[in-house]
Design a protein around this ligand. Structure first.
Ligand code: ADP
Ligand code: MG
Length: 472
């Protein structure tokens, strides 16, 4: 029943997750790519102006070069660039990848330059004039860094060496920070939206859940519960008003049906009593055996009609209880007596085990009627010579009574409907028996349910509060 709430929350969370993934993608691929390109262009521009000012004759590799004036001039010039453009390192190597000069990473003239991540083809392309770049790497300080390689040419356009500019991709570090921040932002958003989701679900989902509970109760015959939310002027309000309208209509139809039932039952009962009286009179006066049997047969049918009329009358009358202390054995005794003929006809075997003195509080007539209806159904369900078991338990202030028959069983498809008035699977049934039982049990503060296996057995269980002993 909570699913609508969870769906709302789930939806909000999905939306957040989607936004999150989208942003992540945007930052990583789109923004990062664009900024990286800018950095490379910037460095390539610087690189070209630097190479333009370098006298290629000064790019030499030999022992002691770094003690010459040429070397210190070159170094001085490069250091200017380093400061002016906020670059992290500048190095120059010759075409054999030997270091000519390196400002920051501690390499000396003549050292092998180990950081070059270009294969021979790329290196050759570089030497012929194509500017290359390294992939991003984290430098020794843990900062994202990128190198740009720019060939340095002699006036005769021969490659004299490679200028290497290293710049930390500061924007990437700030993207990293930004990502951390955004993660926090999302965590707080998730918390916030969970709260929001709960709010949403309590203002929309909860009313729907409440209304559906009320509709369930209306289905069970409760037309009195007030229906909330009728004053809301949204769809929920509309729904609540429609349910109210529907409830009134069902109540009216229910009343109408009870009235008709009462009317018809009343009209039939009196002539039926007369017919029965006359039949008995005729039977007494005639002495032919054949006529006697015919009259008996008619009397049985009149009895069946009387049962039917009784069902209609009971259905039509509102149940008003006359509460007394009743021993369960006593009321069961009456009910068994009343169903004796029917059970006799089918040679039903009875297993009976009830503590007769268990005391309940109730209306003898109504309780008897309820039990008669249940035993009647059981006797109708079993085959000739079938078995009915009636057992009782009393515990925790409750009496539980089982009426079990080894008969036809109840189709799972019908299970939801058997307590509805007029639902019957019998050709001569009224379908009122169980609906009356249910009403009587509920009026007694009890309950009724059943379990059944088609073709094997049906067991009805009724539960009622035991009478408080101190009353007895
Ligand atoms: P009716 O007996 O007039 O059909 P009830 O309200 O007493 O009406 O029962 C409704 C339906 O429930 C029956 O038609 C039958 O299908 C089913 N039913 C009730 N009791 C039993 C039972 N003991 N075994 C099998 N089916 C039953
Ligand atoms: Mg019945």
């Amino acid at each position: 029943m909570k699913s609508i709430k969870f769906k709302t929350l789930f939806f909000v969370l999905c939306l957040l997750a989607f936004l999150f993934i989208f942003q992540w993608y945007f930052i990583n691929y789109f923004l990062k790519g664009a900024l990286e390109k800018q950095l490379i262009n910037f460095m390539a521009n610087i690189g070209q102006s630097v190479t333009g000012e370098i006298d290629t004759r000064h790019l030499q590799v030999f022992e002691g070069f770094d003690t010459t004036v040429t070397y210190s001039r070159l170094k001085e010039r490069l250091e200017h660039y380093l400061e002016d453009f906020n670059i992290d390192n500048i190095s120059i190597i010759d075409t054999n990848k030997k270091v000519v000069i390196d400002l920051k990473s501690g390499l000396k003239n003549g050292d092998d330059f180990g950081y070059l991540d270009l294969n021979e083809i790329q290196f050759n392309a570089l030497k012929s004039g194509v500017i290359k770049r390294s992939s991003l790497y984290k430098n020794v300080y843990g900062k994202y860094t990128e190198n740009v390689y720019i060939p340095v040419f002699t006036p005769k356009r021969e490659c004299a060496g490679i200028l290497i500019l290293s710049a930390s991709a500061r924007f990437l570090n700030s993207i990293e920070d930004f990502r951390k921040n955004i993660l926090w932002l999302y965590i707080s958003l998730i918390v916030l939206s969970l709260g929001l989701g709960f709010l949403l679900s309590s203002s929309f989902a909860q009313p729907v859940i409440n209304l559906s509970k009320i509709v369930d109760r209306i289905g069970g015959g409760d037309y009195r519960s007030p229906i909330p939310y009728r004053k809301r002027n949204d769809e929920l309000g509309h729904l609540a008003r429609k349910i109210t309208e529907m409830m009134r209509k069902i109540e009216l139809r229910d009343l109408f049906m009870r009235k008709i039932s009462a009317g018809i039952a009343h009209e039939i009962r009196n002539p039926l009593t007369a017919i029965k009286g006359n039949l008995m009179l005729i039977k007494r006066k005639s002495n032919g055996k054949e006529i006697g049997e015919m009259i008996d047969d008619n009397l049985k049918q009149v009895d069946a009609l009387e049962e039917l009329v009784a069902d209609f009358m009971n259905f039509a009358k509102p149940v008003t209880l006359d509460m007394k202390h009743i021993r369960i054995g006593e009321v069961l005794g009456y009910a068994l007596k009343e169903t004796e003929i029917l059970r006799g006809q089918k040679e039903v075997e009875l297993f009976y085990e009830c503590p007769d003195d268990a005391l309940i509080e109730g209306d003898m007539n109504y309780l008897k009627r309820a039990l008669v209806n249940l035993i009647r159904n059981a006797a109708e369900a079993v085959p000739v010579g079938g078995m009915i078991e009636i057992t009782c338990r009393s515990a925790d202030g409750k009496l539980t009574l089982y009426i079990k028959d080894y008969g036809a069983g109840i189709d799972p498809e019908d299970a939801d409907r058997i307590f509805e008035p007029f639902f019957t699977t019998k050709t001569t049934g009224t379908g009122l028996g169980l609906s009356i039982v249910k009403e009587i049990m509920e009026k007694h503060g009890g309950s009724i349910d059943f379990e059944s296996v088609k073709g094997e057995y049906t067991r009805f269980r009724i539960e009622m509060p035991l009478a408080r002993r101190d009353y007895a």
